[in-house]
Write a protein of this length. Structure first.
Length: 634
């Protein structure tokens, strides 16, 4: 869960956000086909005097380093309080990448943590969740070349994200691989157990778990280094930067929530009770059962060897230990050898719910006692209670959930913290949303006090906004022609402006909000009367004062697993990319369809443009002007 209160940033003593008075979001070439027509200059209406219509981005050059348990960039303190952006890596469109990056760029220390590389698993018959070949960075193992199959299209999308982040001055913490949480039912992005399945040609998920220990097996470790080598020596196809030399990366994290699971066998299998079947990857016709527990960090020899290899290819980029022990004994959170290693710069831990707050300062003290830098990699999902904060006074937040966030930041004085999680605008208008259960949802900038959808979290307000340029397009809801737009990061509401050919833009709608689900923003227009005021339908606001209690991290499977080990057989390898449906499979249908264009400007039509306005009432950048003719097909 992620949000920022303006008061909170000043309480922390961090630099205030860069307001739109001093920073304007850039206008990139419009990506929508409707906006690609370039009219004669004399026909484009004039913008209002002193309107903001363009700017040059301000990248933050240089590698982030650590000193005295804090972060520094170009000699200046660069500690951060920011967001996790889990949707950033797989975003399918440039606009959606740009929106998330600009959301992060609005903070004084623009840092975010993405999610991991995607590992395909649809070849194994996995259905829900499934990581498709098309959207994965690693699609399988190629025995003929003794290396992984890499999906160049997915890597080019990652290239573009990094190029956008570099241009906008955002630093990325990148966890390389995802943890095996113990069950295929929580294998959302593909994880290291899928790499084992590919490498040893094992289709069954549980069989792979007991066949090879990811953290012990030397062969799979060397094969993992091949992924690291491919990534760190890759030359970005957009800006030409080599990943291992790209200062866009604040840190490479050895993995997301890396935990060394304990497997205890419950039935005879001709194997010691404390080890996997490492020596018998082709074991056949054996029935067994085992239990899983997850209370150990990644072993020191694995983390140190991987960190050392990363440093050999990316010597100027920080390495962060991705271990997550899930153990309340702080002395067992990280191995001493890891804390002492010169190859590991930063240590991280994840905290959810009020019961974890008291553990944060203990972890910070433990890490800093070894002279290392500590980061809260994820935190949030606090309960609606102040039971752990007796006598604490709150003055800036509207409810106890928000008070818990203030308490967290008043208590935590470490170098960095990232709340879970931020989502951006959607390509089809509105916002992407994500539920964590128990009335907890992803958050959005700038935050919206009045909610129109149950899938917007109730704790979104207040946040400092920095509005940028929207991207308007024309649409129809089958009965009328209308305008919609892809929103801009940090805009609280929007203005719509209209004009005739060669005229001057006038405001035709104010207080237009886009805190709706994907594809739900639509305002009817009359193309031949662009200067007439528009009717903006009122939203049906919903009750958002709902309990957020009882959340539990259920992705970790701990319990009995029954496996029948049969001859593995060899599955057919996929050599071509399959097509998968777009990720919006769970959202409501679009409220409109795109208008079919009849051609260039005629004598009977109008121009429209949109701009965002900050919470403070400061107008942002105007969008590219868009023309629609009365003869366009609706």
């Amino acid at each position: 869960m992620t949000y920022f209160c303006n008061n909170l940033l000043f309480i922390l003593g961090f630099l205030p956000l860069r307001l739109v008075l001093t920073r304007i979001i850039s206008v990139l070439p419009p990506s929508h086909p409707q906006l690609q027509f370039v009219p004669q200059a004399s026909m484009v209406p004039a913008f209002p005097d002193n309107a903001l219509t363009g700017y040059t981005p301000k990248p933050k050059k240089g590698f982030v380093n650590t000193k005295n348990k804090h972060f520094y960039l170009d000699g200046n303190l660069f500690d951060f309080r920011s967001f996790n952006s889990p949707s950033l890596v797989p975003q399918p469109t440039v606009y959606e990448v740009l929106d998330v990056v600009r959301s992060i760029a609005g903070f004084a220390a623009p840092v975010t943590r993405s999610y991991t590389l995607r590992i395909a698993n649809e070849q194994f018959g996995q259905t829900s969740p499934v990581q498709s070949i098309e959207s994965s960075h690693i699609t399988g193992w190629n025995s003929s070349k003794n290396d992984w199959d890499f999906n160049e299209l997915a890597w080019k999308r990652l290239d573009k994200m990094l190029a956008v982040a570099a241009e906008e001055g955002v630093k990325i913490i990148f966890p390389i691989i995802n943890q095996d949480y113990g069950s295929a039912s929580t294998n959302w992005a593909g994880n290291f157990n899928d790499l084992i399945r590919h490498r040893y040609n094992i289709s069954d998920y549980s069989r792979a778990q007991i066949t090879v220990d990811w953290f012990v097996d030397k062969s799979i470790r060397e094969d993992f280094k091949k992924i690291l080598h491919f990534m760190l020596t890759r030359k970005n196809t957009v800006n030409g930067r080599v990943y291992g030399e790209d200062d866009t990366f604040l840190a490479f994290e050895t993995g997301n929530e890396m935990n060394w699971a304990s497997i205890n066998f419950k039935s005879p299998v001709n194997i010691t009770n404390s080890s996997r079947l490492i020596s018998s990857p082709t074991l056949t016709n054996v029935n067994t059962s085992f239990t899983l527990t997850h209370t150990r960090p990644a072993p020191a020899n694995w983390t140190i060897e991987i960190a050392q290899y990363i440093k050999s290819l990316a010597p100027n980029i920080l390495v962060m230990d991705g271990s997550y022990a899930r153990n309340k004994n702080v002395t067992e959170a990280w191995p001493v050898e890891s804390l002492q290693s010169p190859y590991i710069d930063v240590f991280s831990y994840h905290y959810y719910g009020d019961e974890d707050l008291s553990y944060v300062t203990e972890c910070q003290a433990r890490v800093e006692s070894f002279g290392k830098t500590f980061v809260v990699g994820e935190h949030g999902f606090y309960l609606s209670t102040q039971s752990l904060m007796k006598g604490y006074k709150f003055s800036f937040f509207k409810d106890s959930n928000s008070s818990n966030y203030q308490y967290f930041y008043d208590t935590f004085k470490g170098a960095g913290a990232l709340i879970w999680s931020l989502r951006g605008h959607d390509e089809t208008s509105g916002f992407q949303t994500h539920s964590e259960g128990n009335n907890i949802f992803s958050l959005h900038v700038p935050g919206f006090k009045n909610q129109t959808s149950k899938e917007f979290d109730q704790l979104e307000y207040d946040i400092f906004p920095i509005p940028g340029p929207p991207y308007p397009f024309f649409a129809t809801n089958s009965t009328a022609t209308g305008i919609s737009f892809k929103g801009s990061a940090w805009a609280e509401h929007y203005e719509i402006w209209g004009a005739t050919n060669g005229g001057r833009f006038v405001k035709v709608a104010d207080n237009v909000y886009d805190n709706v689900g994907p594809g739900e923003l639509f305002i009817a227009i009359e193309p031949s009367k662009p200067e007439e005021p528009l009717y903006v339908p009122p939203f049906n606001y919903i009750n958002t004062i709902l309990p957020q209690t009882g959340w539990a991290d259920n992705k970790w499977f701990e319990g009995l697993v029954r496996v029948i080990l049969r001859p593995p057989g060899f599955r057919k390898r996929h050599r071509s990319l399959s097509h998968s449906s777009r990720r919006h499979s769970t959202i409501s249908p679009l409220s409109h369809q795109v208008v079919k264009r009849s051609g260039g400007p005629g004598t009977n039509g109008g121009w429209f443009c949109v701009r965002g306005v900050s919470v403070n009432g400061v107008p942002g950048v105007f969008s590219h002007p868009a023309y629609i003719s009365a003869s366009d097909d609706v």
